[in-house]
Design a protein around this ligand. Structure first.
Ligand code: NAI
Ligand code: MG
Length: 360
């Protein structure tokens, strides 16, 4: 049998990013040892805010070159209180997403057993939806500028433009339809704010309507984002695959994971579906400076992101096993403080690994 070998570029980043990435790698290592189906090597890249304070940049100058031949990128989180957030975000995470054309950001919202979710819903166990976020353009195109800066006369002007291309809309919308075909209900919900954003988001709506005609077996729905925020809370059973622009899906995914229990449990994949570049796997949360260094960060979002990584690398059974082990662990009540428990980061991972050992 062919044993696969992977090279993973590991970027722990800052704060709890460093703590949770190591836990995720422990889980992958355990699976590599016990499944005997794959092996992997981790190359560490010390990029992030400390690197910025030392070198004046968030990543090495030829950073993208250094990781472009890896099979996947496993990412923690970035952000330091002493470095402006727009510098840390643009200098590393967005630089990788845009540089490697990772145009589909997949963010599942899953309700885990045994934890207190903020949602008051009769059938929480049945809830499970997935956000597909456009990840390279839209509101995060980085086009704009500031003028009359620093004069102190309160007349400064800033322009921030969004870019919506027909191709960019189409590929991510199509990706959402493809995902829906594999799911139970086969439903795609598109979210915009095209009543107020009358150019880019109207183009998005038109592309959505055109593409949807090619998928008659898929049920569709189109919403404005403000109403959709309410729908997340009031009728989440109506959601299956939700596709939205960069900014809107960013906000909705935090809402979704908070409803499911905590930002700490939300996983994500930044995909370059064509495989021209490596894809990147990371939790949805940030570097959480308020709890960094205490050993109490919830590792589930990052471990779930490792499952998305294994699935992407052609190991769907192993991915499923990780998700089952996560569910068994929360069901046992082995959880961190953010979801009402007392366990440490390491104890949660240990429990996930011990459930995994029972599966082989
Ligand atoms: P955050 O996600 O870091 O934290 C928000 C709240 O959720 C905090 O109270 C934190 O303790 C809690 N939390 C987050 N993840 C948790 C986990 N795994 N376990 C337990 N509790 C958890 O967002 P915030 O505070 O807005 O940003 C902090 C820094 O992170 C900023 O510098 C921001 O720019 C950066 N950031 C980076 C992201 C990335 O690297 N992808 C994404 C979001 C924020
Ligand atoms: Mg976010």
């Amino acid at each position: 049998e062919n044993k696969k070998h992977f090279r993973i570029a590991v970027i722990p980043g800052d704060g709890i990013g460093k703590e949770v990435v190591n836990e995720g790698l422990r889980v992958v290592e355990h699976l590599a040892d016990t499944s005997n189906k794959f092996s992997f090597e981790s190359d560490y890249f010390p990029w992030g805010c400390q690197y910025y304070l030392d070198h004046g940049r968030m990543m090495a100058e030829n950073g993208l070159e250094e990781i472009k031949n890896h099979d996947a990128i496993y990412f923690g989180a970035v952000g330091y209180p002493t470095v402006p957030d727009h510098i840390s975000l643009w200098g590393l995470r967005i630089a990788i997403c845009q540089g490697f054309d990772q145009w589909a950001n997949i963010r599942p919202v899953e309700f885990l057993p045994g934890i207190q979710s903020k949602l008051n819903h009769p059938n929480k166990e049945d809830l499970n939806w997935i956000l597909v976020r456009e990840n390279t353009e839209g509101e995060y195109s980085g086009i704009g500028g500031r003028n009359f800066t620093g004069r102190g006369n309160r007349k400064e002007v800033a322009v921030q433009s969004s870019i919506f291309t027909e191709e960019g809309c189409e590929r991510v919308i199509r990706h959402a339809f493809q995902l829906a075909l594999k799911r139970k209900r086969k439903k795609v919900t598109s979210v915009t704010k095209s009543n107020a954003q009358q150019y880019g988001m109207v183009l998005w709506d038109e592309v959505f309507e055109r593409v949807s005609k090619e998928y008659p077996e898929v049920e569709t729905d189109q919403w404005l984002v403000d109403a959709m925020a309410a729908q997340f809370v009031l009728h989440p059973e109506e959601l299956e695959v939700v596709v939205a622009s960069n900014l809107l899906a960013d906000i909705l995914s935090d809402l979704g994971s908070a409803l499911a229990g905590s930002l700490g449990i939300a996983a994500s994949a930044n995909l370059n579906p064509e495989g021209r570049f490596p894809s990147m796997f990371e939790s949805v949360h940030g570097s959480a400076p308020d709890i960094a260094g205490k050993g109490i960060a919830n590792p589930i979002g990052t471990i779930g992101s490792a499952a998305l990584m294994l699935e992407h690398l052609g190991l769907p059974d192993e991915a499923k096993m990780i998700n089952e082990a996560i569910r068994a662990t929360t069901e046992d009540g082995v959880v961190t403080a953010d979801i009402g428990g007392e366990n440490t980061t390491k104890e949660v991972t240990d429990s996930i690994i011990s459930h995994l050992s029972k599966m082989y």
